[in-house]
Design a protein around this ligand. Structure first.
Ligand SMILES: N[C@@H](CCC(=O)N[C@@H](CS)C(=O)NCC(=O)O)C(=O)O
Length: 223
């Protein structure tokens, strides 16, 4: 059985939960409370020297870090159902969206970066919010344009074609995170339509940050 070290509302953890659910791979979860700093405990940095979630331990005890590397490991060890399209151009398209989220949004808006801005550089909470929202708005605008122009996207469907892909696995957790930081997602109707489609899909429903074992009682979704 796989073990996923994760945090209920970490977007990189959410990506991996969706992928595991999508491939019907059974896993148990261990919560790492990022707000309490549990990612910096010696036991945890022994698993991931970067002090970040997620970490996936496979059935033989092999520890993997970096959500995109974990996703590709799952794809290669459990090829069906695949979360990549068959067509090579479509595969490139879903990677483009996954990489905008993973390389251009997430790293600059990560908890440790936001903390450094406020605690070390003296940025106010208001300026921090401005920083967060800038990278969301710039990059979500690009994704919205790409969806609009792409021959691979149909309005009201997933990012690419008629099945979820790695693009959706990365995008939906980032949209969730953006809403937490009061970003106005109505600016991006195509992205919102993708979100609606994904949130009705069982793998996404099961990965909902509000229903995980480490979700605090006050944030737990009931029904
Ligand atoms: N590129 C890494 C990023 C991992 C990462 O930074 N995860 C965040 C949560 S979404 C984290 O653990 N942050 C803890 C911190 O910033 O202290 C991945 O995709 O796995």
């Amino acid at each position: 059985m796989y073990t996923l070290y994760n945090y209920f509302r970490s977007s990189t953890s959410y990506r991996v939960r969706i992928a595991l659910n999508y491939k019907n791979i059974p896993y148990r979860q261990k919560g790492v409370n990022l707000v309490k700093g549990e990612q910096w405990s010696p036991e945890y940095t022994g698993l991931n020297p970067q002090g970040a979630v997620p970490v996936l331990i496979d059935e033989n005890g092999y520890a993997l870090t970096q959500s995109l590397a974990i996703l590709d490991y799952l794809e290669e060890t459990h090829p069906a159902p695949s979360f990549y399209p068959e067509d090579v151009k479509e595969r490139a398209f879903v990677r483009q969206i996954a990489l905008i989220v993973s390389c251009d949004i997430h790293p600059v808006n990560n908890l440790r970066v936001l903390k450094y801005l406020t605690e070390n550089l003296g940025i106010s909470e208001e300026q921090k919010l401005d920083w967060y929202q800038k990278w969301i708005y710039d990059n979500m605008s690009s994704i919205e344009i790409m969806l609009n122009k792409s021959p691979h996207h149909n309005k009201g469907e997933y990012c690419c074609g008629s099945a979820p892909t790695i693009a959706d696995f990365c995008l939906i957790p980032q949209v969730y995170n953006a809403r937490r930081y009061n970003c106005d997602m109505t600016r991006f109707p195509l992205i919102e339509a993708v979100e609606q489609k994904c949130l009705a899909y069982p793998a996404f429903i099961k990965a909902d940050p509000h229903t995980q074992p480490d979700t605090p009682e006050e944030l737990r979704r009931t029904g």
